[in-house]
Design a protein. Structure first.
Length: 251
């Protein structure tokens, strides 16, 4: 079962696994849908590989039929930037937008920078963790297996965002938890992220996505940020960042 099922051209129906912890859909599920929709079109349009996604969550996306609208901002020789917006099926104002950068790969004769050569990870070594939604119903975390060890949170999707999701789309769901993984306080306030940006310098190998997360808060201003390194079991694959606004914890 996919988390979003297609109903027709640019029309989608979310399953209960797309839900967030409070109201509306989880941001990572929304970002994944919008990006998967573009990655599916990339090969036929000749855009290359999706290397970056910047998502803005404008208002809660409802648990209802949805539609997507694509806009090509630039289609260049090496780089293309494509926007996709999510709407409730009968609404004009979007709930969220994503801008995905695509790049055509081309070999260049230069040495790679130093990295974590030879480093590997084994997420199965760590115990599985279960996180429940505040409202006690199915939600997006139920679509993933989660483990935590050695400062890295590991996620493995048990359900595709949409059938045939591309590499960037399946990274966005785990990446959207970055600001919550390293929360400086627990259950004191809510910390929604109004945006999400992910960069990949290579596609992930295998099913596991790891996040080495860090969060900074300014309680006196009610704002903060989350950031992290993204990994697969062979090492680093990219990075994630998002803004955070602090709100009273909903009852």
């Amino acid at each position: 079962m996919s988390i979003f099922e297609p109903l027709g051209s640019n029309l989608w129906r979310p399953s209960p696994l797309a839900a967030g912890p409070f109201s509306g859909l989880q941001g990572g599920a929304v970002a994944g849908l919008l990006t998967a929709d573009l990655e599916a079109r990339a090969e036929e349009r000749g855009w290359g590989r999706a290397v970056s996604a910047s998502t803005w969550f404008l208002r809660p996306a409802p648990m209802a039929d949805l539609r997507t609208t694509m806009t090509s901002l630039v289609e260049g020789g090496r780089v293309s930037v494509i926007e996709n917006a999510l709407h409730a099926a009968d609404a004009e104002m979007p709930c969220a937008t994503v801008r995905v950068t695509f790049a055509r790969e081309r070999a260049v004769a230069c040495p790679p920078p130093p990295g974590e050569a030879g480093q590997t990870f084994e997420p199965e070594r760590y115990p599985a963790r279960t996180l429940h939604a505040a409202l006690g119903r199915p939600w997006f975390m139920d679509a993933m297996e989660a483990r935590l060890g050695d400062g890295v949170a590991w996620f493995r999707l048990k359900h595709e965002i949409v059938a045939g999701s591309g590499p960037l789309a399946r990274v966005l769901g785990p990446a959207d938890w970055t600001h919550g993984i390293a929360r400086p306080l627990q259950d004191v306030c809510a910390d929604p992220n109004p945006n999400l940006t992910v960069h990949l310098f290579r596609p992930p190998i295998g099913d596991w996505i790891g996040v080495r997360a860090h969060t900074d808060w300014q309680p006196a201003r009610g704002i903060g940020m989350g950031r992290g390194v993204l990994l697969d079991t062979s090492g680093e694959i990219g990075c994630v960042s998002m803004s955070v606004v602090l709100l009273p914890m909903p009852r």
